[in-house]
Design a protein around this ligand. Structure first.
Ligand code: HMG
Ligand code: MG
Length: 298
């Protein structure tokens, strides 16, 4: 009972690049995003308006957001941690914003410098302002399947934060396996529980592939009725405030698997590979994507 069509949300320009040590020139980011816009993707998270001291790799957020060529068929989004970040996204007139927090106390503290309890009022204000400015808001919840500091995260904590995020007015919550620790059995258990409370249409999966389990977990998600998946071209990505976090599942590997399973994404795999090759060359290092490695060796 698999869906016939799924939506992929490309997070490469944000999650993919935020952890890169060498600063990627703004021109490269803009050119890459423009290439991604030509692949048939309809959702790209292009940057984040966070403190440049915390994420120096994306210090050029405003320039990137303003300079990309925007297609009307694509939703362009950015991550915002607070009011200051939202103001940036509004100034650039991006289509959507994403707020983010963690299900575990220590990761939340490390990542956004606040306790979970003190994060709620900040995000509540962001969502309310974004909505009144006509922007939809997506919510990310990190460390759903495990935290690099606190270990296993009680599902009751996860449920509580998701409840708060929906109460604020986000249209979707993307469940983050921030450090790629989820296994398919755990995914089945967690989703079975969450789907008793929240509809599948309002949940997405954001899977890092640290231990090579992201595609296996994706299949469980599909079987549970999840139809929105985040991924990053090339398999780039990682959170600097989660030790051991590796890349997101590679967009081209996800598309390939779905295609083989007869599930439509509307994205052109060969164009995605061309864009993966472009960023691989610019970064000057091999990327983890399997499809790209096959393409490179062909
Ligand atoms: P803070 O230091 O507590 O902020 O940082 P503050 O409110 O106390 O302000 C301190 C200074 O920062 C002030 O400047 C503010 O104006 C400035 P000063 O008066 O000292 O000159 N400031 C800002 N500057 C630029 N942009 C802003 C901003 N806000 C305040 N938006 C803060 C709190 C949240 C800003 C900081 O902790 C931060 O930027 N954190 C970002 C961390 C991050 O981006 N992590 C990676 C993304 S999350 C992720 O990857 C997980 C995800 O992929 C899902 C998953 O995989 O699980 C989404
Ligand atoms: Mg992530």
């Amino acid at each position: 009972n698999l869906p016939s069509k799924v939506k992929i949300k490309e997070v490469g320009p944000r999650d993919g690049l935020q952890n890169e040590k060498a600063f990627i020139p703004t021109d490269t980011k803009v050119e890459w995003i423009n290439k991604l816009s030509e692949t048939g993707m309809d959702y790209i998270e292009v940057t984040s308006f966070v403190h440049p001291k915390w994420i120096p790799a994306l210090a050029d957020a405003m320039e990137v957001a303003k300079r990309i060529e925007r297609k009307s068929s694509v939703t362009y989004a950015a991550l915002v941690p607070n009011r200051r970040g939202l103001e940036g996204a509004l100034e650039a007139d991006l289509d959507e914003v994403s707020i983010f927090m963690s299900a575990s106390e220590t990761h939340n503290q490390q990542n956004i410098n606040k306790s979970i309890q003190n994060t709620f009022p900040v995000l509540k204000e962001v969502v309310s302002e974004a909505l009144s400015s006509g922007k939809k808001v997506r919510g990310y919840l990190s460390t759903v399947f495990g935290c690099p500091y606190d270990g296993r995260v009680p599902l009751s904590n996860v449920q509580k934060v998701i409840d708060e995020l929906f109460d604020m007015g986000v249209y979707e919550v993307s469940l983050g396996d921030t450090i790629g620790v989820a296994n398919p059995k755990q995914m089945d258990m967690v989703l079975s529980q969450l789907l008793q409370e929240f509809p599948a249409e309002k949940l997405a999966l954001h899977l890092h592939d640290t231990r090579g389990m992201a595609l296996a977990n994706t299949v469980v998600g599909l079987m549970k009725g999840i139809t929105v998946f985040d991924s990053a071209v090339g398999g780039l990505g990682g959170c600097p405030y989660a030790k051991g976090a590796a890349g997101n599942v590679a967009t081209e590997d996800l598309i390939h698997m779905l295609k083989e399973m007869g599930i439509e994404t509307g994205i052109d795999l060969s164009k995605v590979l061309t864009s993966a090759k472009y960023i691989e060359r610019e970064l000057g290092k091999g990327l983890p994507s399997k499809q790209l490695q096959i393409w490179n060796s062909a």
